[in-house]
Design a protein around this ligand. Sequence first.
Ligand code: A3P
Length: 296
Amino acid sequence: PTEKGWVANHLHQYQGFWHTTRQLQAVLACQRHFQAQDTDIFLITTPKSGTTWLKAIVFALMNRFQYPNTHTHHHPLLSENPHVLVPFLELGLYIDGQVGDFTTFTSPRLFGTHLPFVSLPDTVKNSTCKLVYMCRNPKDTFVSLWHFTNKLRTNGTNSLEETFDKFTRGVSLYGPFWDHVLGYWKQSLENPERVLFLKYEEMKEQPKVQVLKLAEFLGRPFSLEEEIDGILKLCSFENLSNLEVNKTGKLASGEDYNTFFRRGDVGDGKNHLSPQMIKKFDQITQQKLHGYGLKF
Ligand code: A3P
């Protein structure tokens, strides 16, 4: 119980999802005070589903007329972490009693959030702003989250078994993981012009196709294919993780930027989970997603 923030052991369930005390206060503050604009763009994930990558790509995509030469040193992504360029609604703008300061934002405003659909502020739900959701297969997301929270802990580590037990019971930050994903999957089916549903694995496999889709969805289609190559190179794991800023900097909330870059691969979950754990993950996934047309 001495650990705070991300690694606090005590979680609260609110609207069906689990939050630390600090996060829950921020969620309530967003719900009460945030005013959406129709031009806003929300980048939404469960933790460790590729948020950093998505933020970098969408920032580069939306700002490409202002910063066309992604390989030059003038690009903001070369000197600033994606989480600073695209702040989290409830983890940056409304945390610890802050009430979002949007004076430096220009329209279209870009925000990150881990909020489940049910908990988005009403002004977001009632506006025509765009929601981009990126998910990642539960095994890799879980293993990435386990590494991340252990890196942030100052007293000891959480065992894989115990964390697995909680995660598969739905008790994880912004969990149940499957309900989070399903919430946005359903919205993307009902409202495809408002909600774009992406997968980390597909982004890895066919980045160009996915970025083209993103650009169309956000109303910024590409005319030159080289532009996409430039953005993908700029936002690649290799490039971002090797930048000085991301090796040495840290967020105002204390997390070192380098904790957001580990391997950036597909399939690492299997390297850490036992055959029984894999079986259980697959069973839950099948059971939870059955009938919705979503597969991992
Ligand atoms: P791993 O721990 O599996 O390596 P988030 O950004 O949501 O916190 O997710 C972090 C995960 O995304 C980590 O996964 C991290 O390595 C990976 N990641 C970070 N930047 C990336 C990038 N530019 N391209 C691909 N994956 C990236």
